[in-house]
Design a binder for this molecule. Structure first.
Ligand code: KG4
Ligand code: ZN
Length: 341
């Protein structure tokens, strides 16, 4: 098989997505989101998200096939995110993918969503260098990974000890009155603010805790510090300088992520940093990573925004990697794995 054609299906959280990839070429990419249905609750409601997946599954997969001018019989394999994610959401995507694979007699791969966020960068930048570091930042995950071989071996170098970067932004956004997900609102306001207006701590970057956790992250203290500062201002009857709060928060989080990622590249002798996950859409982080990368001689591979947030292309791309590596398909009854990495 020269260039495998894989249908990728994603349903870990609030996006029902399907895409078709041939080799390193994206043939179609369809995303349906239930995000707006969760906005008034301030976060994803699993039951609402699961129901939305059940409704969107068939239309989304059908459109991905139609956009690629294909039928199910034309794909070489199907890949589906089997975790981490919300159990009810995963169950819809995995059950649907199993039914399709059984009906069309296609090999099926249950893939790790987080590794998918890394794999997707190949669509834009081509194959990985043999040994590379990856920074995955999203609403659910913040990890630094060592990618020896994306199909076979990925190690966790560091991870958040509490909140994920996107989660921290979403929580502060809520305090500021922005609807869910608040990350993009903070991004936009931060562009108008002064990043040094407010002192925001940089978790695990100083003293003994930094020495003990050189590649780990902590963002819950950042969130608490900002929340306390806002409370103090309100108690004193002062107006909240929203743009400055956003800019100071964004600068602190982006600096910690970029600094630790560069230190990891140095330690692992990697001249490339792969970046993925919904939070990598953040403009302050993108700018900081490119700035630090240029300084440290590290090529930073951040994909275009539509490939950063959850999508089917990431699943299909990792599926192609597994087929190319000759990995056996998952057993027909493979389980969902809702646990976080
Ligand atoms: O990867 P993703 O789509 O879903 C998860 O697997 O979590 O990431 C969603 C997260 C949310 O926390 C959202 O607020 C954040 O990514 N996000 C952003 C931006 N775009 C999405 N955060 C900051 N700035 C952005 N531009
Ligand atoms: Zn994700």
């Amino acid at each position: 098989m020269s260039e495998p054609v894989v249908l990728g299906i994603e349903s870990t959280c609030d996006e029902t997505a399907a895409a078709i990839v041939r080799g390193r070429t994206l043939l179609s990419n369809v995303v349906a989101s239930s995000m707006n249905e969760h906005a008034r609750y301030g976060g994803v409601i699993p039951e609402i998200a699961s129901r939305a997946h059940a409704e969107a599954f068939v239309p989304v997969v059908s459109k991905a096939l139609a956009d690629a001018d294909m039928e199910l019989a034309d794909v070489d394999a199907i890949a589906v995110s089997s975790g981490p994610g919300l159990a009810g959401c995963l169950a819809v995507g995995v059950s649907g993918a199993k039914a399709l694979a059984w009906a069309a007699n296609k090999p099926l791969y249950g893939i790790n969503h987080v590794i998918g966020h890394i794999a997707v960068t190949q669509l834009q930048f081509g194959p990985f260098p043999p040994d590379t570091l990856a920074l995955i930042v999203s609403g659910g995950h913040t990890s630094l990974l060592h990618v020896e071989d994306v199909a076979r071996h990925v190690d966790v170098v560091g991870t958040t000890l509490d909140d994920a970067a996107g989660e921290c932004f979403d929580k502060v956004a809520r305090l500021l009155g922005f609807p869910y997900p608040g990350g993009p609102h903070i991004d936009r306001h931060a562009q108008q603010g002064d990043p040094h207006a407010i002192r925001v701590p940089q978790g695990l970057t100083q003293g003994k805790s930094a020495a003990r956790h050189p590649y780990d992250f902590s963002f819950s203290g950042v969130k608490t510090a900002v929340a306390r500062w806002i409370e103090e201002q309100q108690a004193a009857g002062r107006e909240i300088p929203v743009n400055d709060v956003c800019a100071s928060l964004a600068d602190s989080v982006a600096t910690v992520l970029a600094r630790k990622a560069m230190r990891g590249c140095e330690q692992y002798d990697s001249s490339t940093l792969i970046v993925g996950g919904g939070f990598s859409a953040n403009s302050q982080l993108r700018a900081k990573l490119l700035e630090f990368g240029a300084k440290h001689g590290v090529e930073v591979r951040i994909p275009e925004i539509k490939l950063c947030t959850d999508n089917g292309a990431m699943v299909a791309m990792l599926g192609v990697n597994l087929v190319e590596a000759g990995i056996s398909p998952s057993s027909p009854g493979f389980p969902i794995d809702s646990a976080m990495p």
